[in-house]
Design a protein around this ligand. Structure first.
Ligand SMILES: Nc1ncnc2c1ncn2[C@@H]1O[C@H](COP(=O)(O)OP(=O)(O)OP(=O)(O)O)[C@@H](O)[C@H]1O
Length: 471
C-alpha cells in the first residue's frame, strides 16, 4: 500500500489529540446487472446485505440479509463477514476478517464491492476526556461521541441515540441529564420493548379514574412524571404505530392528556430516545412514522458497539474490577485474561463484559473456555457451556468430607454483597430460563415469547444481552 493510500484510508488523530481526520471514502457495489450503487464510509460501520435494514442494501439473491461490514479504523478499512451464507471473497479466497486495500474488489454473491479514497475528508472534534458521566471510553469513536454529547447535553434539544443493546445508551442519557439545566428534576425511563404494546399508551399518558375497568384510581403518565426533567424513551422503534402520532403531538405541543379524561396538562421534559434499530430506514419504509422520526432525530448519534472499540476493554475491565466489593485490580484476573477478553466480540456489549468480569473473579477456572472454538470465530458466548456449577474436582469439601456443588456455589456468592449476589443469580437464571424455553420451542422465538408472556422484541434483546443466538 502506498503511503498516500495508507493515510487516506485511516482515521488519524491530529492537533495533539483534540481532533480527528476523517477521510472521504466511497464504497461502490456493482450489481449482477452492472448497475452501480454507492455509499460513503464514515465513522459508523457500514453493513452490506440484502435486508432493507442494512446501510447499503445489495439487491442480489446470493447476498445474505446481513452479509458483511466495513469499518474505518486507525489502521485502515476492516472488512468482516457477518456469517454470510455464500461467503465474502477477496481474489476468490473466502475471508472472515481482512484489512482492505483500496480498489481491490470484494465479491459478495454475484456483486462486487470496492472501497476508494475520494479526498481529504473532514475534521471532527475529539473530547479530551475519556469519560462522560459514568460512561468510559478512550477509543477515538467514543471520544468523538463524547465531544458531540458535551455540546448537546446543556441544550434542550431532543436526541436520538442509536446503538446495540448494552452499549451504554441509558448511562449516557443519565449523564446528559446530569449535565443539563434539568439535573435537579426527575430522570424517568420507559422501555417500549419491555411493555406489552397494548399498555404503552397508558404508561406514557396515564389514565383518569374509571377510565377502564379496574382503573380505580387515576395514574399520571410518564410524560407528566418527567416534568422539569428528562424522559428517556428506550427502544422507541417498538412503539406501536397507533401511539406514535399521539407521542408526536405531545412532544410538539408540550401538552398531555390522561386516557379517559378531557383535561390537557402542560409538561416540560426533555426527550431522549434510543433504539437498536435502523430507524431512518424504518421511517422510509413506512414501519415507523417519518414525522416522529424527524422530530426525535434533531440530533442523531451512534453509540458504537464494543467490538468497534476493543481498545476500551482494559479501561472498562479495570473499572468493573475496582467497583467490586472488596475492590479488585487487573492482577486479580487469571493470567492471559486480557488478550482473550479483547479477542472476543461481545455481542451483549459492555453489559456482557461487566457480567463476564464478575464471573471471572468468582469462577476463574472458566477462563480456559475462552480459548475454545467459540472464541470470536463463531462468536458464541465465552461462558456458554459452563453455567457456574462447579466441577467436582474444584468443589469445596463439606463437613462430611464430600463435595457439595450447591454449598460451594453459595460459598462463592458469599464473597459478594447481597445486591451483587442477587444480580449474578438473576442474570444466570434469566439466561438459563431463556435458553431452556428456546430449546423447548426448537428455537422458534415467536412461540417461546408467547410461552414466556413477553414480546418477541424482548426475547431478541435478552438473546443479545446474554450473547446468545436462537438456532
Ligand atoms: N461506556 C461505558 N462505561 C462504563 N460502563 C458502561 C458503559 N457502557 C455501558 N456500561 C454498563 O453496561 C450496562 C448496560 O448499559 P446501558 O443500560 O446504559 O446500555 P443500553 O445501551 O441502554 O442497553 P439496553 O438497550 O439493553 O437497555 C450498565 O451496567 C452500564 O453501567
Amino acid at each position: 500500500m502506498s503511503p498516500e493510500h495508507a493515510v487516506s484510508l485511516t482515521l488519524t488523530s491530529i492537533d495533539q489529540g483534540s481532533a480527528l481526520r476523517l477521510p472521504h471514502i466511497g464504497v461502490t457495489v456493482t450489481l449482477p446487472d452492472r448497475r452501480i450503487i454507492e455509499a460513503p464510509l464514515e465513522m459508523t460501520p457500514l453493513v452490506l446485505g440484502s435486508s432493507p435494514e442494512c446501510d447499503l442494501v445489495v439487491p442480489d439473491p446470493r447476498v445474505s440479509r446481513r452479509h458483511c461490514e466495513l469499518r474505518l479504523t486507525e489502521r485502515g478499512v476492516l472488512l468482516r463477514d457477518l456469517g454470510s451464507k455464500n461467503g465474502t471473497l477477496i481474489r476468490g479466497v473466502p475471508v472472515l476478517e481482512a484489512w482492505l486495500p483500496p480498489t481491490v474488489p470484494v465479491t459478495l454473491g454475484a456483486s462486487e464491492v470496492m472501497v476508494q479514497p475520494l479526498g481529504v475528508g473532514s475534521v471532527l472534534p475529539l473530547s479530551t476526556s475519556v469519560s462522560f458521566g459514568e460512561a468510559l471510553g478512550q477509543s477515538l469513536s467514543m471520544r468523538v461521541l463524547f465531544a458531540k454529547l458535551e455540546r448537546a447535553a446543556p441544550t434542550d434539544e431532543t436526541l436520538l441515540l442509536l446503538g446495540e443493546s448494552g452499549t451504554g445508551k441509558e448511562i449516557l442519557t443519565k449523564a446528559i441529564h446530569e449535565q443539563s439545566r434539568r439535573r435537579g428534576g426527575p430522570f424517568v425511563v420507559v422501555d417500549c420493548g419491555a411493555i406489552a404494546p397494548s399498555l404503552i399508551e397508558g404508561e406514557l399518558f396515564g389514565h383518569g379514574r374509571g377510565a377502564f375497568t379496574g382503573a380505580a384510581t387515576a395514574k399520571p403518565g410518564l410524560l407528566e412524571r418527567a416534568h422539569g426533567g428528562t424522559l428517556f424513551i428506550d427502544e422507541i422503534g417498538e412503539l406501536p404505530l397507533d401511539v406514535q402520532p399521539k407521542l408526536l403531538r405531545a412532544i410538539e405541543t408540550r401538552q398531555t392528556r390522561r386516557l379517559g379524561t378531557n383535561e390537557w396538562q402542560s409538561f416540560d421534559a426533555r426527550i431522549v430516545a434510543a433504539t437498536h434499530r435502523n430507524l431512518r430506514t424504518r421511517a422510509l419504509e413506512g414501519s415507523f412514522r417519518q414525522d416522529l422520526y424527524y422530530r426525535l432525530a434533531v440530533i442523531e448519534l451512534h453509540v458504537p458497539s464494543l467490538r468497534e472499540r476493543k481498545d476500551d476493554i482494559p479501561q472498562l475491565v479495570e473499572r468493573f474490577l475496582a467497583t467490586r466489593a472488596p475492590p479488585c485490580t487487573l492482577a486479580d484476573l487469571p493470567p492471559h485474561a486480557m488478550p482473550l477478553l479483547q479477542a472476543y466480540d461481545w455481542p451483549g456489549n459492555v453489559r456482557e463484559l461487566r457480567n463476564a468480569v464478575a464471573r471471572l473473579i468468582l469462577f476463574p477456572e472458566l477462563l480456559p473456555e475462552l480459548l475454545g472454538p467459540g472464541l470470536s470465530l463463531t462468536n458464541t458466548h465465552p461462558f456458554e457451556a459452563s453455567a457456574p456449577s462447579p466441577k467436582g474436582d474444584t468443589a469445596a469439601p463439606t463437613a462430611l468430607g464430600t463435595t457439595d456443588p450447591e454449598a460451594e456455589r453459595l460459598g462463592r456468592l458469599l464473597d459478594l454483597s447481597l445486591p451483587e449476589a442477587r444480580e449474578v443469580v438473576l442474570e444466570e437464571l434469566e439466561r438459563n430460563y431463556v435458553a431452556a424455553k428456546l430449546r423447548q420451542y426448537e428455537g422458534n422465538i415467536s412461540r417461546a415469547a408467547e410461552a414466556m408472556g413477553v414480546s418477541r422484541q424482548l426475547v431478541h434483546r435478552l438473546l443479545d444481552r446474554h450473547g446468545m443466538r436462537a438456532r
